[in-house]
Design a protein around this ligand. Structure first.
Ligand SMILES: *[C@@H]1O[C@H](CO)[C@@H](O)[C@H](O)[C@H]1NC(C)=O
Ligand SMILES: *[C@@H]1O[C@H](CO)[C@@H](O)[C@H](O)[C@H]1NC(C)=O
Ligand SMILES: *[C@@H]1O[C@H](CO)[C@@H](O)[C@H](O)[C@H]1NC(C)=O
Ligand SMILES: *[C@@H]1O[C@H](CO)[C@@H](O)[C@H](O)[C@H]1NC(C)=O
Ligand SMILES: *[C@@H]1O[C@H](CO)[C@@H](O)[C@H](O)[C@H]1NC(C)=O
Ligand SMILES: *[C@@H]1O[C@H](CO)[C@@H](O)[C@H](O)[C@H]1NC(C)=O
Length: 541
């Protein structure tokens, strides 16, 4: 009896020591990647490497960015605070100098003994990360940027006339590119070198962040990838014109697609288009080819993880920073509050915990998740802290807190292996996002796709529940960062059960009055009141 007791104590101690083993983190961010992946059921995708990672991961089917623009989205998930808290809706402010001295995800790991390293586009470069990827705070070493990224918008795309252009559709021969390479190839090489070198170094445990630039425009990729996506196989969405009941403020005129030489030559009318179908197919083909190219690079990266013996002790997260519209509603690019611009891939691989190989059913979850959830999740998975505190209403002075929640309960629920386990859990009731506009009607100047803070007059607040997306566009005080809910400019309601592509705005349907009232109250109350029940109680306390 006593001996058995001691043995079990011993077992507990041993397993506790074993469980304290540090876990590395590999954080992969893909620029402008919507869930155009095999593991998300996208039939046109050719993404064997990401799909293979998905075999070992939880695939979050309903994951959302907080704003469909690079800098605000990235600063948001890297600090776990929302755009309204960071006061960043454009590219032009650095939170530490402008808002508050908030701790970032990599900084937190660095402070807890991790070696943190950044390759490629992780923070958005420029003012929003103080021209330094938030150095010296976030990273243990100088972040790596691929030298050939300086040719990002150079005239390197061979046109039908045989000359070089600044096109959106840009399959290339890599050896003839300036420098004989492409940015994502350089990023991959540097990250793989890191993985080879880190094994016998003192850089352990590590937090390795790798950011790929494609499939962001221009769609420049090694031309052989186009063979995986024959033009005849490219399908356009059925509804691809301006939705009749859409308020104009919701529309993004896709300025950065229009300005490419090949698109400009089509004389597409501003702001509503349409883009000719024949060219729409070419863009979509190139987007999928660019995704296949990045998938290949990610395959090499994951091989390096395995070859160096890190697959069993490295947590892997893969995300897109926001979605990308390809002719849905007649729109292109991000810059909106539509599902297609906000929904992102989110894969989470935790060694020994997410290998639900027994059945495909258990790999997927439809629980609503937001990119702000990643920071608290990684902190808990590595046992660096039991949990991050939830940010109070005014968190300007608080360095470390989260506006997301840990996804650990989802993993634990899925381990119960009942195919609807996560449906019945106490979980957040909505995902929140927002997008600013300079006015009611789409404009080139100011650019209504990406207005500067000083020009922002309207904010669109969007709520995604299990069944609906509800969005309100209201006047916005850009000095005090306050929405004027009483001054509504337009609203949208989509029923995802009947209309998953958001083509029918039902906000003025008489039968929907009660639903609209409920969603409206939920939106105005804010994200805190849609948290799991046990956390909402804490707010009231
Ligand atoms: C964290 O702690 C839990 C529970 O003690 C354990 O199962 C897990 O393996 C630990 N993870 C790490 C990375 O130490
Ligand atoms: C902001 O935080 C960083 C890192 O946590 C710290 O080194 C720095 O002194 C802080 N700056 C201010 C102004 O408090
Ligand atoms: C941002 O960069 C500027 C210029 O290098 C520097 O003076 C300033 O201290 C930096 N801000 C922070 C919070 O480190
Ligand atoms: C790491 O060190 C071990 C033992 O010193 C050696 O056998 C191995 O080749 C080294 N690995 C690398 C990648 O340098
Ligand atoms: C676009 O407009 C230019 C100048 O008006 C004209 O030369 C060209 O043929 C037009 N292209 C198309 C595709 O209509
Ligand atoms: C799914 O959940 C319902 C309760 O909501 C339960 O009755 C049912 O047995 C569950 N099905 C499976 C396969 O777990």
């Amino acid at each position: 009896m006593k001996i058995g007791f001691f043995i079990s104590i011993l077992n507990v101690l041993v397993s506790q020591i074993a469980s304290k083993r540090p876990q590395n983190v590999l954080f992969i961010v893909v620029d402008d990647l919507r869930p155009a992946l095999g593991c998300y059921g996208e039939k046109s995708a050719h993404t064997p490497n990401i799909d293979a990672l998905a075999e070992h991961s939880i695939v979050f089917r309903n994951a959302y960015a907080q704003q469909a623009l690079c800098a605000p989205s990235r600063n948001s998930f890297l600090t776990s605070r929302r755009p309204d808290t960071l006061h960043l809706y454009d590219f032009n402010n650095y939170w530490r100098d402008f808002t508050g001295n908030f701790t970032t995800l990599p900084e937190y790991f660095k402070e807890h003994g991790y070696y943190t390293s950044s390759f490629g586009k992780v923070f958005h470069p420029g003012i929003s990360s103080n021209w330094s990827d938030d150095q010296p705070y976030s990273w243990s070493a100088e972040p790596f940027h691929p030298p050939s990224q300086k040719y990002m918008n150079a005239a390197v795309c061979r046109g039908l006339d045989g000359k070089l252009h600044r096109n959106i559709v840009c399959p290339v021969e890599v050896e003839f590119q300036p420098g004989g390479t492409l940015p994502d190839v350089e990023t991959l090489t540097a990250a793989v070198d890191f993985l080879h070198d880190v094994r016998n170094s003192s850089k352990n445990p590590f937090f390795l962040a790798v950011g790929f630039h494609k499939p962001h425009v221009p769609l420049k990729f090694p031309k052989q990838y186009i063979n995986l996506h024959p033009l005849e196989s490219v399908e356009l969405p059925k509804a691809r014109s301006y939705p009749s009941l859409l308020p104009t403020v919701a529309w993004n005129p896709w300025t950065d697609v229009r300005k490419r030489e090949d698109v400009a030559a089509l004389n597409v009318s501003f702001p509503f288009g349409p883009m000719p179908d024949s060219f729409a197919r070419k863009i979509k083909q190139s987007y999928f080819a660019a995704v296949s190219y990045v998938d290949d690079l990610i395959g090499h990266l994951l091989n390096a993880v395995r070859e160096n013996g890190y697959f069993d002790n490295t947590i892997i997260v893969l995300i897109g920073d926001h979605g990308w519209s390809m002719a849905e509603h007649g729109e292109w690019a991000k810059f909106s509050n539509f599902e297609i611009a906000l929904r992102v891939p989110l894969l989470l691989y935790v060694p020994g915990q997410t290998d639900f190989k027994t059945s495909h059913l258990y790999k997927y979850t439809h629980v609503l998740t937001e990119l702000v959830d990643i920071f608290p999740t990684l902190v808990e998975l590595t046992n660096l802290s039991q949990s991050l505190p939830l940010c109070p209403e005014n968190s300007k002075k608080i360095k470390l807190c989260t506006e997301g929640i840990s996804l650990l309960p989802v993993i634990q629920n899925m381990q119960k292996k009942t195919n609807n386990a996560t449906l019945n859990m106490d979980w957040k009731k909505a995902a929140f996002s927002q997008y600013p506009r300079p006015g009611i009607f789409p404009t080139m100047h100011p650019n209504s796709d990406k207005p500067h803070l000083r020009d922002i007059k309207v904010m669109g607040y969007s709520l995604r529940t299990w069944q609906y997306r509800y969005t309100e566009w209201v006047l916005f005080d850009n000095h005090n960062f306050i929405p004027r809910w009483a001054n509504m400019i337009g609203a949208e309601l989509y029923n995802h059960k009947l209309d998953p592509h958001e083509n029918i705005n039902m906000v003025n349907n008489k039968e929907m009055i009660n639903i609209v009232q409920l969603l409206r109250a939920q939106l105005h109350a804010g994200w805190r009141y849609s948290l799991p029940k046990h956390l909402v109680k804490n707010i009231y306390n």
